[in-house]
Design a protein around this ligand. Structure first.
Ligand code: AMP
Length: 502
């Protein structure tokens, strides 16, 4: 692998729309939590919305799942709570049970260092008793579905008189689901001087009328996407996989294409750590690069990758800024980037210097909507492919092996090994047996079959380019590679002499 350098100045030095969390005036407790979560910089919706919400404005944020919108309202919500006062101070309305638990989970993580802060998810289909008990124990932040919240209000088990901030997450979806009346009742029951924050993927006339009726001089935050041209020589492909099958899918692709130099992007430091560990565990030579590492360490890793001393580099966008490598075989979006510019910048690491490159994006769940918006704003069609089957990996490998053996036979450099073969033949083994046994001894094992990868993704069945047919029940948050992690199985075996065998 030869990697030529491009001048450092040609790399983008700043990511517009992304700022350090430290510049937002957050409390040390929140900053510590954000750091522990491995968020290196804000996403664009966060840099626009957090300061406005923290200033106390009513805000309407137009933003989709996968944009980081949950943290955009959870961070100011947590900052707003006085944990010494035992009352519900923030109410977050969400359309589904899944979203209620996901948002409550995000609150929990972001409030990890806010002593005494309690939050509880309240949704239909779960027993009332536990919810009564939770509410009675005192919750500062309640995340709930409108129907069940109304039930609690009717039973006097939810007191909204101390609510300072009311958030409507995925407001368009709540209206689509027929929650308007429940929402109106909740909004009417909360104090009039509260702050109201709406997040919605679309701002339809019905959302506008809801906003008009229940907010005061709201500020609108919308992330304007520019059309950005992608690099012409990059073959762009995506694979739709279940979230927990991402690692298996990546492993198959590495084997299938016999990739020897790849840059893999993740959105958080944790994900970088977990993925790099998982790749190393399966026999790949992989290094990691993220903003949580000391500069000296980062420099060492970059030069290792540049000098082809490792095959894979797993990195965050922030840390990858300084990489001056320009003829990578493959770029992988293990996590979808937050904006189109990041996507284009990431994939521009391959397909340089007149060579053809390959950019692979793993998409799960609702990420498909984001991918469609990337297609729209790069004016490129990203081809959908199926993750290769174990048989396809095997076929490709045996084809490559055949070619290598034929070249070796033509080269005649193997004569010194002949005595071993002759001894085996003298013992009565057939030439075919001997040759097959040798191949078997040195061959790398095939990746295991994986139900998760081989089963079709539960995907949002949709017509390409058409309107999505129904939204997913749950959003797909990455919860680390562990579940789908190292079980991808070893990629390579080391032969008796300790050399890598492919
Ligand atoms: P959401 O759009 O809220 O569904 O967020 C998508 C995922 O991105 C969630 O798993 C978040 O934990 C994660 N996330 C949110 N903000 C950031 C950030 N600034 N950096 C990295 N990951 C983030």
């Amino acid at each position: 692998m030869s990697k030529s350098e491009i001048p450092q100045s040609a790399e983008r030095q700043a990511r517009p729309g992304h700022v350090p969390f430290a510049s937002l005036g957050l409390s040390p407790q929140l900053l510590k939590a954000v750091e522990r979560l491995g968020f290196e910089e804000t996403s664009p919706i966060q840099s626009s919305a957090i300061p406005l919400i923290m200033e106390g404005h009513d805000v309407v944020g137009q933003s989709e799942t996968g944009s980081g919108k949950t943290a955009a309202f959870c961070i100011p919500a947590i900052e707003r709570v006085d944990a010494s006062v035992p009352s519900v101070q923030v109410l977050i309305l969400v359309p589904t049970r899944e979203l209620a638990t996901q948002v409550a989970d995000e609150v929990h993580k972001l409030a990890a260092f806010k002593k005494g802060l309690r939050s509880v998810p309240i949704y239909g289909g779960a027993p009332y008793e536990r919810q009564f008990a939770e509410l009675q124990r005192g919750a500062h932040i309640v995340v709930g579905t409108p129907g069940r919240l109304n039930d609690h209000m009717a039973r006097n088990t939810l007191d909204l008189s101390a609510v300072r901030m009311l958030v409507l997450d995925e407001a368009d979806r709540m209206l689509d689901m027929g929650f308007r009346e429940d929402i109106e009742k909740i909004l009417a029951a909360a104090p009039a001087d509260r702050q109201t924050v709406f997040f919605s993927a679309t701002i339809s006339p019905s959302i506008q009328s809801l906003v008009r009726g229940h907010s005061r001089e709201p500020k609108t935050v919308r992330i304007e996407q520019r059309v950005v041209t992608g690099p012409p020589l990059v073959d762009q492909v995506y694979y739709e996989v279940r979230h927990h099958a991402k690692f298996d899918a990546l492993s198959r692709l590495i084997d299938f294409y016999d990739v020897k130099s790849g840059l893999i992007f993740c959105n958080t430091q944790q994900m970088v750590e977990e993925l790099a560990d998982a790749l190393v565990a399966r026999g790949c030579s992989a290094e990691r690069l993220h903003g949580g590492m000391a500069q000296a360490q980062r420099t060492r890793v970059m030069s290792k990758f540049k000098n082809a001393a490792c095959e894979f580099l797993v990195a965050t966008d922030v840390a990858a800024r300084g990489i001056d490598v320009n003829d990578l075989e493959l770029v992988v979006n293990y996590d979808l980037p937050y904006d189109v510019e990041d996507y284009v910048h990431r994939i521009g690491r391959t397909g340089r210097a007149g060579r053809k490159g390959r950019a692979v994006t793993l998409v799960s769940g609702a990420g498909i909507y984001k991918l469609q918006s990337i297609e729209r704003f790069t004016k490129t069609r990203i081809r959908r492919e199926q993750v290769p089957s174990v048989e396809a990996v095997e076929d490709r490998r045996s084809g490559a092996l055949f070619e290598k053996l034929r070249a070796t036979l033509e080269g005649n450099g193997y004569a010194r090994q002949a005595p071993v073969v002759e001894r085996l033949l003298e013992q009565g083994y057939t030439p075919t047996d001997v040759a097959a046994a040798i191949l078997h001894y040195f061959a790398a094992p095939l990746p295991p079959r994986s139900e998760a990868v081989d089963a079709p993704a539960p995907a949002l069945q949709r017509e390409r380019g058409g309107k999505p047919q129904g939204k997913p029940a749950a959003r797909d948050h990455h919860r680390g590679a562990k579940k789908g992690g190292p079980k991808g199985g070893p990629r390579r075996r080391y032969g008796p002499g300790g050399q890598k065998q492919r």
